[in-house]
Design a protein. Structure first.
Length: 359
């Protein structure tokens, strides 16, 4: 379900989609498709049909950090692969003659970021709540970590606004004492312990990713848009400040003696717009902690005051429709949940949805 590029579009997918084009040079000895998730470019078809061979694709690269902008054109020679979410073409760069793979990925043409407006807060709450509920389920009931939470792996029904978590290709049962790979999760949403190369980590990496998604929905753009693994850490430090020795120890003990430049944390309320509800800022700050053990769990996030509006029986979607089911917890989802948390988790008007409260 992931796009071909690492830079995400701020917004979630539905079935009405336009196109984002990603290009990656093919190895000379292989004309098969080996596309890495490290380039994404806005592009337009200037000649021919975008679904047929022979069309010309024009894109502009550069323009960042003082680099000059450069226009590049590609001729799609033949379709070499097609799936539910895109088409892959073998193409030739008209300027250089290089053979490349062009992956045309379907995405929502109504992204709020492309319309230069922020997503309504009720949708931010609704989507973030359902992300946390999905994580609570897979962490506590299934016992796995998703390890690739990002907007592209969230499916939203545009009519009901029900959200589903997808693409479990990186998911794993994390066993204490058993090493795991650290090069996991898409860069913008990668937890700092992974950047530090930790091979023993917990499902708290998903919580960090969820915090990044929440921040992105609130901000309208990625919170930590690092250009590389190292730059990703720089972007995080610019916001959270330099991690303390104790925080580094929690992420990866091997780095405790490493000397980092001392950067002060940037206050969260200055990162978001002035009228941002303090509850939203508080939840982001609780999810995005350096120390994995200090991050809120998914269940703790669900009872956060930021989601109180969703627990109000009078809350409706902007179109006047009812919210999708949010509190229909099964018994295994609530096993071991403290009584005081249950009261907050399931509002009185919704308790008939839960078997736990049915006599």
């Amino acid at each position: 379900m992931a796009t071909a590029g690492a830079a995400p579009a701020s917004g979630l997918r539905d079935v009405n989609a336009s196109s984002v084009i990603a290009a990656e040079r093919l190895p000379d000895e292989i004309l098969g498709m080996r596309i890495k998730d490290d380039k994404e470019m806005e592009a337009s078809v200037v000649d021919g049909s975008s679904t047929e061979a022979g069309h010309v694709i024009v894109t502009t690269i550069g323009g960042k950090n003082g680099q000059p902008k450069q226009t590049i054109s590609y001729m799609a020679e033949r379709a070499v692969g097609q799936g539910s979410f895109g088409i892959v073409f073998q193409a030739k760069c008209l300027e250089t003659g290089e053979t490349v793979a062009i992956k045309k990925v379907l995405q929502d043409k109504r992204h709020y970021s492309k319309m230069n407006q922020r997503m309504p807060l009720i949708y931010v709450k609704l989507y973030s709540y359902q992300i946390c509920r999905a994580l609570a389920y897979i962490h506590n009931c299934v016992g796995v970590s998703h390890r690739d939470i990002k907007p592209q792996n969230l499916l939203v029904n545009p009519h009901t606004h029900q959200l589903k978590l997808c693409d479990f290709g990186s998911a794993k049962v994390l066993v204490k004492g058993e090493p795991n790979i650290s090069y996991i999760c898409s860069r913008y949403y990668r937890a700092p312990e992974l950047i530090f190369g930790a091979t023993e980590y917990t499902a708290a990496i998903d919580i960090w990713s969820a915090g990044c998604v929440l921040g992105e929905l609130l901000l309208g753009q990625p919170l930590f848009p690092g250009a590389s693994g190292v730059d990703q850490l720089v972007e995080i430090i610019k916001v959270l400040g330099t991690p303390t020795r104790e925080e580094i120890k929690c992420m990866n003990p091997n780095y405790t003696e490493f000397k980092f430049p001392q950067i002060k944390a940037h206050p969260w309320h200055k990162i978001f717009r002035k009228r941002m509800p303090p509850e939203a800022v508080d939840l982001v700050s609780r999810l995005l902690q350096y120390s994995p053990n200090l991050r809120s769990t998914a269940l703790e996030a669900l009872v956060h005051p930021f989601f109180d509006e969703l627990r109000d029986p009078n809350t409706r979607l902007p179109n006047g429709r009812h919210l999708p089911p949010l509190f229909n917890f099964k018994a295994n989802e609530l096993k071991g949940v403290p009584a005081e948390m249950l009261v907050k988790l399931i509002p009185s008007h919704a308790r008939k949805q839960s078997a736990l409260f049915v006599s």
